[in-house]
Design a protein. Structure first.
Length: 175
């Protein structure tokens, strides 16, 4: 796994079931609400602060996703919402940033994520992912979705690469 981790230059994420526990609340008007783990979000910010590219590829369409991802360091143009064929969005992200697929770690938890989990440099899924995602992934996190799966893995990659550098002044300026 260490060899795969050393090549990573970017992190890409599904949302529901990865950055959240998969639960979605809906109000009477149909607006959807999700709960994100603050530690996962901080891990994403650390990656952005230290030069990694971030991408979100989700079937969700709520503008609250876009707003949350921007606060986590994902650039607006790297947020793919309403994705029905995630591999195409993954390929677009790689092409636009001149990334090789093996330079991107992708986090996914369900069947629509399988093609990307198989195509990326290192596929990661949470402990509570569906069996098809677990079989396609290179790494199954000991943590469930929305509960440090993302933070733990990002931190592990960054520490291995010597890039887990906490700069609170920069953090305050960026976020």
């Amino acid at each position: 796994m260490e060899d795969k981790f050393k090549k990573i230059k970017a992190f890409a994420f599904d949302v529901d079931g990865v950055l959240t526990n998969g639960g979605v609340f809906a109000d009477v008007d149909g607006e959807l609400f999700r709960t994100f783990d603050a530690k996962d979000s901080f891990g994403m910010r650390m990656a952005a602060m230290n030069g990694y590219l971030l991408c979100t590829i989700t079937g969700g369409r709520s503008e609250s996703i876009r707003k949350r991802m921007i606060t986590c360091g994902v650039k607006d143009e790297d947020i793919y919402m309403g994705s029905r064929k995630k591999i195409l969005d993954f390929e677009d992200f790689c092409k636009r940033h001149s990334l090789k697929s093996e330079e991107v770690m992708y986090f996914g938890d369900d069947i629509p994520d399988v093609p990307v989990l198989e195509a990326c440099g290192c596929g990661v899924c949470p402990a509570d992912a569906v069996i098809e995602a677990k079989e396609a992934a290179d790494l199954v996190s000991p943590y469930p979705g929305g509960a440090r799966c993302v933070r733990n893995t990002i931190e592990e990659v960054m520490r291995l690469q010597g890039r887990w550098i906490v700069n609170l002044d920069l953090y305050q300026k960026m976020f």
